[in-house]
Design a protein around this ligand. Sequence first.
Ligand SMILES: [Zn+2]
Length: 377
Amino acid sequence: MSNWFKVALERIKESQGNYIHNQNLIKKEETLLCSNCFKDEGLKIDAYNIGIKNRDTCPNCKSKIGNKLTRSLVIELCYVFFVRGTIVRSKFGGSPLIQFNEQHYNKSEVKVSSWLIEDLELVEKAGKVGLFYYGPRLWMVGEVEPLNSLQKEEEKNTIIDRIMNSYPTKILLKKEYFYRLRKNPKLPHNIDEYDTAPKEFLGINRFDKVDFPVLYGSPDLELCLHECRTTVEDNLYIAKLVPKHTLKMLDLSVLIEENNTEFESLDIAIHFLFLAGDNSYNICRTIACAAKEKGFDGIIYPSYYSLIRTGAMPFETVYGISVRRLPHLKYHAQLQSVPNVAVFGRPIKEKLITVDCINKVVINRVSYELTFGPIVT
Ligand SMILES: [Zn+2]
């Protein structure tokens, strides 16, 4: 794993531990429920994973083997299951269908499946909270001015200038290598296989067009596997690519400081752009062409699979404010974006990058981290 990336991943692990909860404090709180109190299978599994493992008797269902929940853990469970579990993505952005707070205690308005009714009552009573249907602020579902302007021919150039002036340049040094994965290459030992895809395959990915070739890579191996949508049947090879000269990159993976609202935020616009699927590619291609004209060799950008890699909550907000804009959570938010590399042209052929080493990749085991949510009708 590349050095500049290893440091980032270590910090992600560290911040997740701190962010969730302070286990020692929670253990001092009184036990109210346990994972065996619930009927809904998903809620039961989430409660088991969140709860404290001990053989105490549950004050509610008298089980000894369920994992125990204090009020803080019930609230965490409520967030994981009912908020995170009901996030709906829109064209850009996304938001949960359900939220909860103490003000709605005893005034819950959410209708749930028959098997979840009693479980929900337990959660609300133990957490002293009530659930309600959440009406998102419009910026959360993509109503962000710079994003709208990027989609309008007459306005897009102003925003592109803003992007070029607001985001930093990162110089990739010769030691800052990254990986490129190939699925079923014809000649795995041939270094040309690891250069930018041939012309007939251009125009289908994030930044490339038929007349604008782009090489994609990542300093994170697991991310390469996600990005290439690999399966166990694929014959996989990975090349370690090393810049032959320093590369001048436009770094769109950083969180930028702004003094404006979420509706006007370039930071939110770029964040949403890279979490969106192929509906965002035309905008990304326009940005890439502009970056090349400005003399950049490529772009560093947050991976679409950042959230899968870090386990972070998508489009996270606190009281309707994006965590990207809260000073004490900015660092946490920055760590949720995992950087990818896009280099313009055919950098191996053009001798900007060399293939240092090629290996076969064997997938022995894949593990998933799951949480659940209710069915909302
Ligand atoms: Zn119980």
